[in-house]
Design a protein around this ligand. Structure first.
Ligand code: URA
Length: 248
């Protein structure tokens, strides 16, 4: 796994990668999954300097709850910009004050943002600031402290997920259990176009996630070295929910 991290770290700051986000997937999946499991879907590493800078601030252990929450919100906005980059547009007729014209607008039904409770809520305000008419699906999962399995305790989503783009959000992709369970729930409610946005990922989590849901692309600001024995990401930033809500 150290090799993966080296690959990611060296790739992230390569001068040829100044375009906002990187598709690392070919090399990356070869390391994580082996060439036989490579798929066409991708892990998008968001290398934008603002995202990287804000993430470094969030990692600092002395950062206040207020500041941590504000940064998570701001990064949520920046990641939302990236994950919506390829949404299809359609041309509609409008009138400017001077003339009629055909203008582009986002096609299809309104986007659904799906935060995994509770830490995923930290991304929500920032994302809603960019996409104010989005619907919101709340997914309540907690992690069994012994088995690390995700246990569902709440699910409330718009009825018709089948023709919506669903952006699942959770800051930490650690073991991958919560994200995998959340995607399974969304799929069981008909969702077919799902994208997953996190702030930090562990290689183990990415491998698990892509094994179970190879059709769901991932956006992350960083891939860290590994998980510790408690399922926390190293070096990571600690418990995102506790740091955001001041509950530690
Ligand atoms: N959840 C967190 O909040 N932090 C981790 O490092 C892993 C899971």
């Amino acid at each position: 796994m150290g090799e993966i991290n080296q690959l990611v770290a060296s790739s992230r700051f390569d001068s040829s990668m100044r375009m906002g986000h990187i598709n690392l997937i070919l090399d990356f999946q070869e390391y994580v999954l082996g060439a036989d499991l490579m798929t066409t879907k991708i892990v998008n590493l968001v290398s934008h300097p603002l995202v990287q800078h804000k993430l470094s601030l969030m990692r600092e252990k002395g950062r206040s709850t207020k500041s941590f929450r504000e940064l998570l919100n701001e990064i949520g906005m920046l990641l939302c910009y990236e994950v919506t980059r390829d949404l299809p547009l359609e041309m509609v007729d409008i009138d400017t004050p001077l003339a009629p014209m055909k203008a582009p607008q986002i096609a299809g039904k309104k986007l659904t943002l799906a935060p995994i409770l509770r830490a995923g809520v930290g991304f929500l305000d920032g994302m809603l600031a960019l996409v104010p008419s989005a619907r919101v699906a709340h997914i309540g999962l907690y992690r069994d402290p012994v088995t690390f399995q995700a246990i569902e305790y709440f699910f409330k989503a718009p009825h018709d997920l089948s023709d919506r783009t669903v952006v699942l959000v959770d800051p930490m992709l650690a073991t991958g259990n919560s994200a995998c369970a959340a995607v399974a729930l969304l799929k069981s409610r008909g969702a077919r176009d799902i994208r997953f946005v996190c702030l930090l990922a562990a290689p183990e989590g990415i491998a698990q996630f892509q094994k179970e849901h190879p059709d769901v692309p991932v956006w992350t600001a960083a891939v860290d070295e590994k998980l510790n024995d408690h399922g926390y990401i190293l070096p990571g930033l600690g418990d995102a929910g506790d740091r955001m809500f001041g509950t530690k």
